[in-house]
Design a protein around this ligand. Sequence first.
Ligand code: GLA
Length: 728
Amino acid sequence: MTIGKCVNSLMVVLLALIPVQSQGEIIPVETRSNALVLEVNNQKDVTVAYLGKKLSDPSEYAQIARQYRQAGDYTGLYQSAYTPAGSRNLLEPAIAVTHADGNTSLDLRCVSHTIKAVDDNVSLLTIQLKDPVYPFEVTLFYKSYAKEDVIEQWSEIRHQETGNVTLHQFASANLNLKADAFWLTHFHGDWAKEMQPEETRLTHGIKTLDTKLGTRTNLFQPSVFMLSLDQPASEDHGTVLFGGLAWSGNFRIDLEMDPQDNLRILAGMNHYASDYSLPANQTFSTPPFWFVVSHHGQGEASRKLHAWARDYKLLDGNGQRLTLLNNWEATYFNFDEKKLFELFKDTRKLGVDLFLLDDGWFANKYPRNNDKAGLGDWQPNRKKLPNGVASLVKEATTNGVKFGIWVEPEMVNPKSELYETHPDWVIRQPNRPEHYFRNQLVLDLSNPEVQDFVFNVVNRLFGENPDLAYIKFDCNAVIYNAYSAHLNKQSHLYIEYVRGLYHVLKRLRDEYPVVPMMLCSGGGGRVDYAALQYFTEFWPSDNTDPLERIFMQWEYAYFYPAISMSCHVTNWGRQSIKFKTDVAMQGKLGFDIVISELGDKDLAFCQDAVKNYNDLKDVIWHGDQYRLVDPKHHAMAAAMTVNDTKTRAVMFNYLVNTRYDQKSRTPITLKGLDPAKKYTVKEINLYPGTRSRITSSQPYSGDFLMTVGLNPQLDSSRQSVVLVVTAL
Ligand code: GLA
């Protein structure tokens, strides 16, 4: 057995071999606050002995097991770190296979483990498991991020049998938790209704969060969830685990309360319709399941996760973003060069950085004048754009704004030249009628030719327009009639599709490492920490009604930092332009309205708001977020973001219930400030002609603001209030 080199004393991730009463070995994976403790017994089974607060003396992890007097374990595997099917197991397996000789049993014993310090903060534990009978191996990976208390887990599967082994189940992670009760918060949705939370106490048996949609996989349910231990966690109290799978395809998370009342979590790619035939000596890699544990509620869990996302996952997570004017809702498919030239002027007038041209700019034989035709034919439409995209980029630049463009390269309308030329590139059953989602079908990204095509849609745009500054990468259909003309094994399609997608995205990022790209999928159908490695931001929902967005952004923000969330001011909702802009300023600000139709005051307000946003974007994008008043339980919503030196913060307040006499009756206590510092509070984004009710000259201590609080003076005449808190 090999052990990685010990690292310096600051290194909080620790791996050691600690004898367990001569029974086996203890392998603790420690982060700053927590420990995931694995145990290898005499038979070399690896189990999860503990997941919880870190102990100051790691040798005491060996004493944990004997403190439990739960029901017997008939298998010795209830707590397996990677439960193999077909031998002793009686519960949901992490892995199930049929060997090359047709045998369906699997046993996995530890042969070695290693630890590698990736850097001062990150450490990688690798555990090698082997079947004692078959030449079949699994490697378990635990990558721990000490400061952020995040652990990523995944597995690699390999064998040297004579013939292929069929993998029926192939989890990334298999965890085990102990608590008096488990409360699960998960999310459901549909188009324009993304991220609707539900909380439930888990009972015995299995609760499954999964998707079988193939693409746009979050449409009904994302893989992200929260699990509270003992009792439902609140913003600042309770032990809570946030988890999710870094995978843009079908996922499956099983939460199984076992006969001992412990909770097993099995997370990975969905094995639905996905038996995988693995040749000898090839490695089958599963995607990372990430999780963070906080003992101080959901707020701390999300701040740790945001920090991790910005530092390690989201592309350019600590960088800058572009504010923009989008023309989707302003014009839909109805535009031409002349109209766009006018919109460039509006972009400039508004003061944002970039104009984003949306759907409808392409296809000639079947022009893209609505969503029924043209998808797949990525040549500029000659009628609308006689001088191509190049002239748009040039004219935008002349107007002092950048230019970005929408693509949806994974998809095809049957009414397109692409479909006529390459019917074999389309995912569809050869002997069944086609079934459409938004009048379109999905291209077969398992096929390398299709990968090249998709890559080249974007590559050509950049090649022809080196100044292109932004891409909105959309994906509007799910997979029906899953069948690939390219693959021999149809059950590989769902997995190979996603691998093909990542292959394309990686190629794009190798060529264009820094260009900002928005991950969009008919709204929030696709967002996860695998895709976000290639994207700077995502589109949470086509529903931009600001009242809906207050709720939706609230839920997304548990898992994704503000810098990654595109929030646009649009015509959805009947609220004032101020209310809409205030809500959109909580994420990455954009507009999708007809600027030329704005009244003078509305325009002046927007221009001022863009200036305010530019002044505050460093705090909004890179600061720590604190939720103050939850709109699910109150007539108001309030949240704030504080910079790392605690010298500047921005607080967003909204009235979400406009019934008679609703108002902020009591002060809202702020969070994350320095109690010893003195601050002023100034209201910004004032609509022209209105006066603030907040006295900006009054200094308050951080202590006062966080103990007594401040009343934003919300009422029916002031339904949204943005406050900037500045240290004196
Ligand atoms: C999807 C996107 C929208 C817009 C349209 C264009 O619905 O979510 O923002 O780009 O496609 O067809």
